[in-house]
Design a protein around this ligand. Structure first.
Ligand code: GLY
Length: 348
């Protein structure tokens, strides 16, 4: 088992390993006394893991309620958020109580925002069940729901009180979802850790999951500790994401986030190599790593057609966009350029 501590506006621990879900009750008692607990889960994760979590809490004397919502991105909405808030109010939860987000990225983002809003802030524990949520969304405090105008447009920074990354949960994760998480793992290797990149570009990753998840979370912990509110360096965590968000949007969100990140990383490396932004060629290695992990390297949409969607999100500022470009494997840099230049690079 690994234990990492985030030093942001608040300090909190992340436990990573097989079986760390068993720590929930003792950690809650140590941190909050005897709180009421609301387990938040989607309809895919609930049949697999909710009863075990609820039974374990009940056996340790906690009063626990469960809120289950329909699985899918469509539930990351103001409607589900407000249903959850009403549920907490009806059951007389208070600020001293705890919301446990047991699930993937949607559950974590929704739960994070609900915990920040309910009575202006109740306690939050993140228990990610997907690889993507373990290495990325459960750590760092970005919470949000989507609006009709776009993804993640209504949210706040709200760090959790505790993160329990139980690797046992990955045993029930479908292969496609595991591959989605690997796209983010490759991202961490590309931006900050050549050894991590090399360790996942070939060979079997499933026998070294604790090492891999810990390496990713350590990078995220360090970046978040230095730039919690995303005013500079944290943008590096969006490597591959400018084009990924455009691909997701153009596909009507039928291309998953991880799949789109894989395509976005390969495309930005091709652009960086072709235009001399990278110090060495990065495209061949990233393409190989992506394909080795069951992900497609090719965008279903030609790059020129992605220009409009790529400048519509939060990375744009006036007539400029900040891109995350690879310098080499394991290192990247931020570069702000005029939208016209970005358009040219995409061949639009
Ligand atoms: N997922 C990117 C970030 O947390 O900043």
């Amino acid at each position: 088992m690994e234990r990492l501590t985030v030093h942001a506006s608040v300090q909190y621990d992340i436990f990573i390993g097989n079986g760390v879900r068993a720590l929930l009750g003792e950690q809650l008692k140590a941190m909050f006394g005897a709180p009421k607990v609301c387990l938040l889960c989607d309809s895919n994760v609930a049949p697999l893991h909710l009863k075990e979590a609820a039974d374990a809490l009940a056996a340790q004397g906690f009063s626990a309620a469960s809120f289950v919502f329909s699985a899918g991105e469509q539930s990351k909405s103001p409607e589900t958020l407000f249903s959850l808030l009403e549920f907490l109010a009806e059951r007389q939860f208070s600020r001293k109580d705890v919301l446990v987000a047991l699930g993937g990225g949607v559950t974590g983002d929704l739960g994070g925002l609900a915990s920040a809003l309910f009575m202006r802030g109740m306690h939050l524990v993140q228990m990610p069940t997907s690889l993507l949520a373990m290495v990325d969304s459960s750590v760092g405090g970005k919470t949000a729901v989507n609006l009709a105008a776009g993804k993640n447009l209504a949210g706040v920074f709200r760090q959790p009180d505790l993160v329990l990354c139980d690797l046992d949960y990955l045993r029930t994760l479908p292969d496609k979802d595991f591959a989605d998480g690997m796209a983010e793992v490759i991202k961490y290797g590309m931006i900050a850790d050549r050894d991590l990149f090399d360790s996942v570009k070939d060979g079997d990753v499933k026998d070294k999951l604790e090492e891999i998840v810990t390496a990713c979370v350590r990078i995220k912990r360090d970046v978040v500790s230095r730039d919690e509110f995303d005013t500079g360096e944290r943008a590096k965590l969006n490597f591959g994401h400018t084009l990924a968000h455009a691909i997701e949007k153009e596909s009507g969100f039928s291309v998953s986030h991880g799949a789109a990140v894989a395509m976005g990383m390969v495309a930005i490396c091709a652009i960086a190599d072709a235009h001399g932004f990278s110090d060495v060629l990065t495209f061949p290695a990233v393409k190989a790593a992506v394909e080795h992990n069951g992900l497609s390297a090719v965008s279903p949409f030609p790059l020129p057609s992605l220009f409009a969607a790529s400048v519509g999100d939060k990375k744009r500022s006036g007539n400029a966009i900040t891109l995350v470009l690879p310098s080499e494997i394991g290192q990247c840099r931020l570069k702000t350029m005029a939208l016209e230049r970005w358009k040219e690079l995409l061949g639009a």
